[in-house]
Design a protein around this ligand. Structure first.
Ligand SMILES: *Cc1c(COP(=O)(O)O)cnc(C)c1O
Length: 430
């Protein structure tokens, strides 16, 4: 642990906050981040070889567990052939075809390097295609750190986004409208006033960045109808849900067809790879065919594409998602039983591969407002108590724990024993 403290102090001298992405700093839970050296299957190892059961999964990509042998092998082969060509190569179309086959709403796809980049490009494309400026997003939805999406709702039901970050001019967010997740009525006013100006509605079909919050029945279909009425595009941000909640994404699970889809995280299997795709009449507006400009030096990078393809190979195997669902359910049910037994007010939301424990007396959590009412202090103690049991949970109350194929029944059983020790000592912990 002192090793991590020392390293973190040194990191802060050369990196803002000691990190390359803010939530890694443990700001939300306090304490010093652990420095990890190695991952294998469901485990992360720190420098002393101390082993943690990993429920962070690198925030989503690691659906096969760490260092999966067939992905590692494919990468070793690929690396020897050069890291980047900046030219066409065959594997990129293999991956593109694969993505379009598995997600039939996508007729064409473009590969990029991060979810942020994919979202930014998809919004530009939606605006170019519709000739309209406004975008609707939902409170608590996260779509990366593009300027126009760094907004917080003002007061009142329907709101224009105000910048939530310094450095974002108000004029950059004036075209971003904000509504409430799982609440179609919160869209009515905005559609009445601005319907003809709305280029797209962007949504995480299962919210994953205010904790895991599944869509209520009728919500996604309602959005589809609304977009048809307004003649605007429906964009599913499936950066987390794509190839996590099922082989055909959340769109397959809930049977709603978006016009554009954003992918990331799992499709790179841990390498920097993301994508956006959809209807060909829309996608063909991208340069070089059309006038919406979009480009990238490392886009379709052969190493990243290799990691993606070999990851998709494994998760396409029969009953992959049945097993993943059973594992997620085993963990969710186990935690619910324990908290009930020890009378700790919680609510567990889960969808295949994703899970959040909300500390709340209110029961189910459906939107951001209900999520932020949960007890953040209790979560901090919960996080550190789990850490002491060598269980690495995402370091924020508003994140989603990730279950992977490597989380066997046995490992989940062991995890639940750790949870039991945490909850049985709760009075002393809290
Ligand atoms: C992680 C995430 C992004 C951003 O992806 P990056 O690769 O971190 O830029 C966008 N949308 C959702 C839903 C995400 O979870």
């Amino acid at each position: 642990m002192t090793y991590s403290v020392d390293l973190f102090q040194q990191a802060q001298l050369v990196m803002p906050g000691g990190v390359n992405s803010p939530v890694r700093s443990f700001n939300a839970v306090g304490g010093t981040p652990i420095f990890f050296e190695r991952g294998e299957g469901a485990y992360l190892f720190d420098h002393q070889g101390k082993c943690y059961i990993d429920y962070l999964g690198s925030w989503g990509p690691i659906i096969l567990g760490h260092a999966h042998p067939s992905v590692t092998h494919a990468l070793q082969q690929a690396i020897g052939k050069g890291l980047s060509f900046g030219t066409c190569h065959e594997k990129e179309q293999k991956l593109a075809r694969r993505l379009c086959t598995l997600l039939p709403s996508m007729q064409k796809v473009r590969l990029v390097n991060s979810g942020t980049e994919a979202v930014m490009s998809a919004l530009r494309l939606a605006r170019g295609f519709t000739g309209r400026d406004k975008i609707v997003k939902f409170n608590g939805g996260y779509h990366g750190h593009a300027d126009s999406l760094l907004v917080q709702a003002g007061s009142g039901g329907l709101t224009f986004g105000r910048p939530s970050s310094l450095g974002v001019p108000a004029s950059f967010t004036e075209h971003t409208l904000v509504a409430d997740y799982n609440d179609l009525s919160s869209l009515e006013a905005c559609c009445e006033s601005y319907g003809k100006d709305i280029a797209a509605i962007i949504v995480e079909p299962v919210a994953g960045n205010m904790g895991c919050i599944p869509p209520q029945s009728g919500f996604l279909v309602g959005l589809r109808h609304l977009c048809d009425q307004l003649n605007c595009l429906l964009i599913f941000d499936e950066v987390i849900t794509g190839f996590r909640v099922g082989l055909h994404g959340a769109q397959g699970l809930y049977n709603v067809k978006p016009d554009l889809t954003i992918l990331g995280k799992v499709i790179g299997g841990g390498m920097p790879l993301a994508a956006f795709g959809g209807r060909s009449d829309v996608m063909d507006l991208l340069a070089p065919l059309g006038d919406v400009y979009q480009a990238g030096t490392l886009s379709g990078n052969p190493i990243a594409v290799t990691a993606g393809l070999s990851t998709l190979n494994v998760l396409s195997e029969p009953s992959f998602y049945e097993t993943l669902q059973q594992a997620t359910q085993q963990l969710a049910d186990g935690i619910s039983l324990l908290t009930k037994h020890f009378k700790i007010p919680t609510h567990v939301n889960w969808v295949t591969g994703m899970l959040t424990v909300f500390f709340t007396t209110q029961g189910a959590v459906h939107n951001q407002q209900e999520a932020v009412q949960c007890d953040a202090d209790t979560f901090k103690r919960f996080f550190h108590a789990l850490l002491a049991q060598q269980i690495y949970w995402p370091p924020s109350a508003f994140e989603t724990a990730m279950v992977s194929m490597a989380h066997s029944q046995q490992i989940i059983e062991t995890s639940l024993q750790g949870f039991e020790r945490v909850f049985s000592n709760w009075e002393r912990t809290v």
